[in-house]
Write a protein that binds this ligand. Sequence first.
Ligand code: NOJ
Length: 740
Amino acid sequence: MNKVCWIISLIVVSLSLAGQTKEKFVDNLLQKMTLEEKIGQLNQYSGDGFATGKVTVDPSKLSQIERGEVGAMLNVFGVENVRKLQQAAMKSRLKIPLIFGQDVIHGFRTTFPIPLGEAASWDLNLMEKTAHTAATEASAYGINWTFAPMVDICRDPRWGRIMEGAGEDPFLGSKIAVARVKGFQGKGLGQTDAVMACAKHFAGYGAAIGGRDYNTVDMSRLQLNEVYLPPFKAAANAGVATFMNAFNALNGIPSTANTYLLRDLLKGEWKYSGFVVSDWASIKELITQGVASNRKEAAFEAITAGCDMDMESRCYRENLKSLVLDGKVPVSIVDDAVRRILIKKYELGLFSDPFRFCQPERELQQTNNTQNRQLAREAGEKSIVLLRNENQLLPLNKTLKSLALIGPLVKSTIDNYGSWSVHFPDDSSRVVSLYEGIKTKLNPETKLYYSKGCNINDSDESRFEAAVQTAKMADVVVMSLGESWNMSGESKSKSNLHLPGVQENLLKAIYATGKPVVLLINAGRPLIFNWASDHVPAILYTWWLGSEAGNAIADVLFGDYNPSAKLPVTFPRAEGQIPMYYDHFNTGRPPKDDNDMIYTSRYIDLPITPAYVFGYGLSYTHFSFSNLKLSTSRLSIKSSEPLVVDVDVTNDGGYDGEEVVQLYVRDWVGSVVRPVKELKGFEKISIKKGETKTIHFKLNANNLKFFNAKIKWVNEPGKYTLFMGDSSNTVLETNFELTE
Ligand code: NOJ
């Protein structure tokens, strides 16, 4: 079709769309569709370029698209590639456009910090902005659907996918889920810089037994509702366009075939109107999991449970027709799934213009966008957690005479992207390494030395001596240790969370020189580094920070940014403590302190505390909390009058800075056991040195509801303590009562 004909047909389509509701349009279209065409809409394939799962070689994909037998693609991006496949879809009888999905997890061309790292910023505006920027870039490359945000709560750092989420807490996790959904979906589907978001993995995936990926999940309904579902519910309420089901079985039933999760809860109780996509080949995996004996049964189980789209297993394509014709699956179930998908295509504006995400000018504009990189730098700075800073070793002085950079990650490039970044051929030239970032920051007079010391993960210590000599030449040593990018992420569960290889030995050798050491730990999960915590004066947890990693770290090291991040997850001292999380239940025998050994709930060979608590993170300055006041000591369940909480926060240190003021509560007596502390509010504020700010929070009875034994969300009157502080180890507290 030439350009003029195309424009004319666009105008005709647009005119015929005008004045129709999307429901009417979709119903009309449904009436015209054959059963095969309907099933085609439920079928999603990965492109041939690269894959994010085990590939099925299928040379007939293009012709299937031309026959209207495919509804969506994934792993195809770039205007030219997308256009080619969309053109094929336009050859189909009803010209139903394809949607293009991609794992845009923490950036697209510009890579932002891994989601767990960015969650440490506790900065919801920032997270909304980075998600929106990722959407802007991805949509300029033809993508209109991201498989993000991952909103799985995770309390087990052995699970490699902990890096993809927002950590352990349902309150923080829900706020972040909403920020990310809003960011991806921007001003609404239909804008060319908005992509459909996808809340995944529904549900419980982060609680895989033993932290082993894809493993079974078994948990009480109470825990599911209190901890694991809230971020999904929050995402649904925020209008997330799609859900993805999890790989795991939940309480004996695989999520892909889980009628309770998908039909009763999501589409029933929550009245969710978007569509559900399976995870990669998870329909087929119902056979391996043992709830279906063949592909036909697997298709039956999944579609009846409410899984609308089949990603890469082809079970729907092969079996749904006969399941319908044999009367096993009512066509109304297929129609409902198709309708949900077509509505989203309509909302994306694809029926008016299937090529609206295929504008080469936009693609070019978003290819190396310096503003986006600036945002990546800001996000990087805000994600770095200062864990230790003895004797104010940090920030370093830019006029330092000499500095040694030591460690296997100093010059590393692509590790900074972390897992789940989108790969391009020019990746290594587009990322700022630590070495480059520091070199750019330093005064030209400062001597900069470098020694790798060892590899990330082997037993070779032959370069230690050279590294020790390098350290001896410098006034200060900065060491960059940790994981490589592919040590966390999907199918990267680990049983040993210590610094890999001989890195800790290298650290000890350098520390023994007596030089002041600043340790940077790069990782996708909480690692265990007790020796460092006991000895090394300054430690920054730098996760994987993305395209601008080196600049962001240099900004923090030299005080151009005062660290403000707080851990979104507890850091254990030993693998044996896992799972360890701050909002646990009390037992009947909680230990009072570390000496309380006999008949208490603890390990006899470990302290009772973690290495670092949830919500913890230092600043170069210091904040004091005082004057915690409540507007009333009695909050009525019936009254709409909230409980107003005021607290004064004073910056009494030597630098301007930001603090995350955290509010927790404890409900002392309930009909079910309540956590020892629960986050109920936080506010990130910036305070100039010497200044005091009064921070206000409002709580109402709804904020204090919980699930009772009948899984009803209720208030129960009783005594509460409200805690305030700069981490979950709070510094102030006061009591109030919730009354009838
Ligand atoms: C499998 C992962 O579990 C999921 O998160 C991802 O979106 C799909 N593969 C597609 O890449």
